[in-house]
Design a protein around this ligand. Structure first.
Ligand code: ZN
Length: 416
């Protein structure tokens, strides 16, 4: 009651200040006003957007590392790059901004073993389960992907989150959805985890959903800064799932994600890789979307589009060398939604992948999810005025040439 009074008073006194605040000028009264403003997202025409987040995702323990190397005498203990921070802070921003009130919370149950074995080898699943019971945890397979006790159950919940989001969109329960899941999944291979990923969240959700709903064609757009090698591998011989990965050229995994890698057997042509040069920004990403991704989606005409959504192509990410901003992610989402409207009734499911800047991922995530929900909040990317204005945000001639060159190699776009 006390709080309500304070907020009402502060709103009448200081409403205009919200747009004019400067660092160091935030007062308790203004703060109340800000909270009021934040808690009322500005909705446009209503889109029903599903949202997955479970507190247990924040409990996935990647241990005592120093970035991407084990801590010890060689490296002062810090935390693993794939700590809970960026994800929990995004979930928190979704609550505090008021955006959560605009979303449809989707409940999650753990994926079943039958669902996990649609993609993964039984021996691998069993190894993860056993290591996860140990006090010392284990590693998903490449020595870069540590996990603590209980990781198996949390990973089942991450897959369950992706499945729940996919099913909610496929069934028409919501128009689109964002699954903020952890651990991530797009590097996980059928027989081993890698790149901080344990199980292939998106891949399993697609396999499960196609069977459940009798879908014939699904497309994956992976804009994480790293190559979506795991998802690609799952569907490499499958002409019913078009995988498209935009990533920084040869960043991770090494020697992976070349434009020439386009699928095998019946799946030949149905894997598209767009290895962008380091330094690519909003303009380069939009150019790649408009030149390659959107024409491919229109030609393939999927029934649903799954986005492996990583925010490690953003400014300040410690693992990527791209310069995409929250505004860039907003625009990419907006443009993708237009294509989705055309080809599949707007059905988009996003599953969270990488993104390791604890302070910037929340702005990028808000931009994407606000756009999906056709709404805005007052929680703004204050750095946009600096970073959106960088000259390299405009697509550069040499980036246009690189994208043209990649496009010219793609049999999917050249075949009749
Ligand atoms: Zn990544």
């Amino acid at each position: 009651m006390k709080l309500t009074c304070l907020l009402l008073i502060s709103r009448s006194w200081h409403a205009p200040c919200v747009q004019n605040r400067k660092y160091g000028e935030i007062t308790p009264i203004f703060y109340g006003d800000f909270i009021l403003s934040l808690s009322n997202a500005q909705g446009g025409t209503s889109l029903s957007t599903g949202y997955v987040w479970e507190e247990i995702y924040g409990w996935h323990n990647t241990g005592n590392w120093a970035g991407a190397v084990p801590a010890g005498l060689n490296a002062q203990p810090y935390q693993h790059f794939e700590s809970a921070e960026s994800k929990q802070r995004l979930a928190s921003a979704i609550e505090v901004s008021g955006l959560a009130k605009e979303l449809t919370k989707i409940s999650v149950v753990p994926a079943t073993i039958d669902q996990i074995t649609m993609v993964h080898d039984s021996l691998y699943i069993e190894r993860i389960r056993k290591d996860s019971e140990s006090t010392f945890g284990g590693d998903a397979g490449d020595g870069l992907s540590p996990f603590g006790t209980g990781a198996y159950e949390i990973a089942l919940m991450a897959v369950g989150g992706a499945i729940a989001a996919f099913d909610a969109v496929a069934s028409g329960e919501v128009d689109n959805a964002y699954a903020l899941v952890r651990p991530p999944g797009h590097h996980a291979r059928p027989e081993t985890g890698m790149g901080f990923c344990i199980f292939g969240n998106a891949g399993i959700a697609i396999k499960n959903g196609m069977k459940k709903f009798g879908l014939k064609k699904v497309a994956v757009v992976d804009w994480d800064v790293h190559h979506g090698n795991g998802t690609q591998e799952i569907f490499y011989a499958d002409p019913n799932v078009l995988t498209i990965s935009l990533h920084q050229d040869q960043l991770f995994p090494p020697k992976s994600g070349y434009a020439k890698d386009q699928g095998i057997d019946a799946g030949q042509g149905f894997a598209i890789n767009i290895p962008l040069p380091a330094g690519s920004g909003n303009g380069a990403y939009l150019e790649a979307l408009k030149e390659i991704v959107f024409p491919a989606l229109e030609k393939f005409a999927p029934e649903i589009i799954v986005v492996c959504c990583g925010f490690d192509a953003a400014m300040t990410d410690p693992l990527g060398r791209m310069i995409v901003t929250a505004s860039g992610y907003r625009e990419m989402t907006r443009e993708l939604m237009k294509i989705a409207d055309k080809v599949c009734g707007g059905k988009i499911v996003m599953t969270h992948e990488g993104g390791y800047s604890p302070t910037y991922v929340p702005f990028c995530g808000l931009a994407v999810i606000e756009t999906l929900a056709n709404t805005t909040t007052e929680m703004k990317d204050v750095l946009a005025e600096f970073w959106d204005a960088l000259p390299d945000q405009k697509v550069q001639e040499w980036q246009v040439e690189r994208i043209k060159n990649i496009k010219s190699q793609l049999t999917f776009l050249s075949d009749n």
